[in-house]
Ligand binder design. Structure first.
Ligand code: UFG
Length: 325
């Protein structure tokens, strides 16, 4: 059976990717240091505990399982933390990716699918954002993802390693079967925080500014269901196996939703009120980020199954209630 080593496979997007891989007939081998991942999210294949910066462990895991490909999710993913402690983010996301790519090359694995971000675009001149928009990240997190993409492209040119850099917009929702979901500590993302406020687990939801030049004054993002993201990773693997050398694709729905629209969806789904406090803008927040998903549609067939916000919120709500009960 074909197998894939999944770094960060016990995390939010990584665990959903493992499920999608398993249902497409792959064996996902989770490689995770459990600094932020969860042991109970390793459900679809074997597990190797280790850090991507640990060459010896990586070598051993690659030798033991001889995977056909690698999916790379392990990363520091908090934008605010990356601003406060850039060294930690660069160490993990850039040096860690380099260590991984070296090990992967030594092991003779020719294919890597990488979890990148729309944060590599920074504050775009134009929305929707195409893949040809300039990558001008405005924080160390976005810069670290752009640097890791560059490492992949250079390894591709030098060693023929095939790669896909998948630039997600805002991953949202949870596995519709309730087998995986989002569980961050601290939780910083809008949908889970709004749900926590609805559930009384937070006293209120702080809205980061309502004076933006958008229809209702709040920021607009392109929320994309995590199970759709996961399926499109498997599709990227298929394209690379067919011979495509390098792909950089935006993964979003192409639809923007404001913070207020998200709050309204949370109130409809939960039947509860979300107590709000309108606060100042958050540093580094671009007002509008929306993908042009055209290229990913053409190349991966990336049409969302769960495009509506309600489904994203509803699956996340079921997951949160089960997780916190
Ligand atoms: N927001 C609030 N209150 C909150 C949390 C978020 O108003 O408590 C707002 C933010 O200002 C933003 C929107 O809700 O406008 C979404 O914020 P998230 O923190 O959920 O997501 P981001 O758009 O900041 O971050 C996402 C990914 C990052 C990635 C970034 C690219 O989670 O990994 O997109 O900009 F870097």
């Amino acid at each position: 059976m074909r197998s894939v080593l999944v770094t960060g496979g016990a995390g939010y997007v990584g665990s959903h990717a493992c499920k999608a891989l398993a249902s497409a007939g792959w064996t996902p081998i989770v490689y995770d240091d459990f600094s932020t991942g969860h042991r109970d999210l390793v459900r679809w294949g074997p597990c190797e505990e280790g850090d991507i910066a640990d060459t010896a462990r990586l070598d051993a895991a690659l030798a033991r399982h001889r995977p056909d490909a690698v999916m790379h999710f392990a990363a520091a993913s908090l934008v605010g933390e990356s601003v406060r402690d850039p060294g930690a983010t660069y160490r993990r996301n850039v040096a860690g990716t380099l260590t991984l790519l070296e090990a992967v090359r030594k092991a003779g694995v020719g294919t890597v699918v990488f979890s990148s971000s729309c944060a590599t675009y920074g504050r775009p001149d134009r929305v929707p954002i195409t893949e040809d928009s300039p990558q001008r990240p405005i924080n160390p997190y976005g810069a670290s993802k752009a640097m890791a993409e560059r490492l992949m492209a250079d390894f591709g040119a030098a060693y023929g390693m095939r790669g896909a850099a998948l630039r997600y917009f805002n991953a949202a929702g949870a596995d519709p079967d309730g087998e995986a979901g989002e569980d961050h500590e601290p939780e910083t993302h809008l949908i889970p925080r709004a749900l926590m406020a609805a559930a009384g687990l937070l006293s209120r939801l702080d809205v980061f500014g309502d004076d933006w030049a958008t229809a209702d004054g709040t920021c607009i993002r392109d929320y994309v269901h995590v199970s759709d993201l996961a399926r499109w990773h498997v599709a990227a693997l298929d394209r690379l196996a067919e011979g495509t050398p390098f792909l950089a694709l935006n993964l979003g729905t192409g639809r923007g939703r404001s913070v207020r629209e998200v709050v309204a969806a949370v109130e409809r789904v939960t039947g509860r009120t979300v107590p709000l406090a309108i606060g100042p803008r958050r540093d580094g927040d671009p007002p509008v980020l929306v993908a042009d998903p055209g290229r990913a549609k053409d190349i991966l067939g990336a049409t969302p199954r769960f495009a509506d916000l309600e489904t994203m919120v509803e699956t996340a709500w079921r997951w949160l209630r089960r997780r916190r009960s």
